[in-house]
Design a protein around this ligand. Structure first.
Ligand SMILES: Nc1ncnc2c1ncn2[C@@H]1O[C@H](COP(=O)(O)OP(=O)(O)OP(=O)(O)O)[C@@H](O)[C@H]1O
Length: 260
């Protein structure tokens, strides 16, 4: 294994062109690194360009300027060492395939027996061992997002990108899903990059929180989350340090939220 950063983002800028031809500078000179096994969140104002940044990092779109490197090599196309979980789980699962078959799609190149064993194991990890033969539309939203998480990690990625993955579920389900991600991350060892609007969620899960400015957006600050692990919803969120960090990140978002 290389001792280089898992991901090194340097001076990334990206403009998008609307249907009417207007050019919008979305990301401007974004730089940060990500170490293997690290959990990092990105918070910032609505419309700042967080999704656009994730799309660039994942190779779905190319940067106009700057570089994205994986262990010192430029990222080209959608790499096999990362996977993505989106907010709209209901659009990413195939309704005509069972839960197990949806997850198995991500390991379809593996020998049948190995793929089946991995699917069974990962469905157990996300608490869906008894739902393998059910169809996504038979499950609650939170359960569907567990399927999406299982599919994202079944191929053992080095990096899991998550774009507002819990935004469409109720508060209790959200807390449970946060803990599913917390446990998967601790057990499996992937690095995680989470885009979220929820500052408490970012602090609860992360080693570091990156604060993004309004558009044209860049990373204006980062906050190290020096809270002990293992973490738990009520214990961790009750710590005075949790509240200090929350105030600090909120202040940074508020100060940098106005359009530049
Ligand atoms: N394909 C596109 N063409 C033109 N403009 C786009 C395109 N996709 C997004 N935009 C615009 O680019 C800006 C950044 O969008 P993006 O979805 O990256 O922001 P975001 O920070 O993820 O937003 P939110 O927090 O609301 O999810 C927005 O103003 C959006 O309207």
């Amino acid at each position: 294994m290389s001792d280089r950063s898992l991901l090194e983002v340097t001076g990334v800028s990206k403009s998008l062109t609307s249907a009417s031809g207007d050019v919008l500078v979305v990301n401007e000179d974004v730089s940060f690194g990500l170490e293997p096994g690290e959990f990092v969140s990105v918070v910032g104002p609505s419309g700042a360009g967080k999704t656009t940044l994730l799309r660039t990092l994942s190779g779905l779109i190319g940067p106009d300027a700057g570089t994205v490197e994986h262990r010192g090599e430029a990222v080209q196309g959608v790499p096999s060492w990362l996977s993505i979980v989106f907010q709209e789980y209901n659009k990413t699962l195939f309704p005509w395939l069972s839960v197990a078959k949806n997850v198995r799609l991500a390991v379809r190149e593996l020998p049948r027996r190995e793929a089946a064993a991995r699917v069974e194991s990962v469905l157990g990890q996300v608490g869906l061992a008894d739902f393998a033969e059910r169809y996504p539309w038979e499950l609650s939203g939170g359960m569907q997002q567990r399927v999406a998480l299982a599919r994202a990690i079944v191929a053992d990625p080095e990096l899991l990108l998550m774009d507002e993955p819990f935004a469409s579920v109720d508060a209790l389900t959200r807390a449970k899903l946060e803990d599913v991600v917390r446990d998967l991350w601790a057990q499996v060892g992937f690095a995680a990059l989470l885009v979220t609007h929820d500052i408490g969620e970012a602090i609860y899960l992360s080693d570091r929180v990156l604060v993004m400015s309004a558009r044209p957006s860049t990373i204006v600050s980062q906050v190290t989350v020096d809270l002990p692990r293992p973490r738990g919803q009520s214990v961790t969120r009750a710590l005075p340090r949790f509240h200090e960090l929350h105030e600090q990140v909120l202040g940074l978002v508020e100060r940098n939220g106005a359009a530049r």
